[in-house]
Design a protein around this ligand. Structure first.
Ligand SMILES: [Fe+2]
Length: 133
């Protein structure tokens, strides 16, 4: 059970939903680990990249479950999640077929992920924290 933060996630990116903050931190940790393991050479396997996207998909289902529990509308957010997964899987296919390098993928992933927290999850957290009518 994930339950605590290690300090990797910048305070400005916390959304004050502990379960989700811990998952966000884990995603940043995995991106950092992949940057380190890819530095100076191409990785021998892309399995950990697939694992990162699979973890992200699981993270999205966690957000969806919390929304359902609280009765917060989530259809638009879920649609964005699906688009995000398709976009990231397409980018990773680009690494596999040689049209994108692994560092480009990781820069893209990190930029996208910060945007996900700031533009998608912060408003989501605000709706979860709002008094239920
Ligand atoms: Fe998220």
């Amino acid at each position: 059970m994930e339950s605590s933060l290690s300090g990797l996630l910048p305070p400005s990116m916390l959304i004050d939903i502990p379960e989700i903050d811990v998952q966000h931190e884990e995603i940043f940790r995995r991106i950092e680990t992949l940057k380190l393991s890819s530095f100076g050479s191409a990785p021998t396997s892309l399995d950990e990249f697939d694992s990162l996207i699979n973890y992200l998909e699981w993270h999205f289902t966690s957000e969806e479950r919390l929304a359902l529990l609280r009765g917060v509308p989530f259809a638009e957010h879920a649609r964005v999640h699906e688009e995000n997964l398709q976009m990231l899987r397409k980018a990773l296919r680009g690494v596999r077929d040689g049209s994108r390098d692994v560092h480009s993928f990781l820069r893209f992933m990190e930029y996208w992920f910060e945007r996900h927290i700031n533009e998608e999850d912060k408003p989501f957290a605000a709706s979860l924290h709002a008094p239920q009518s």
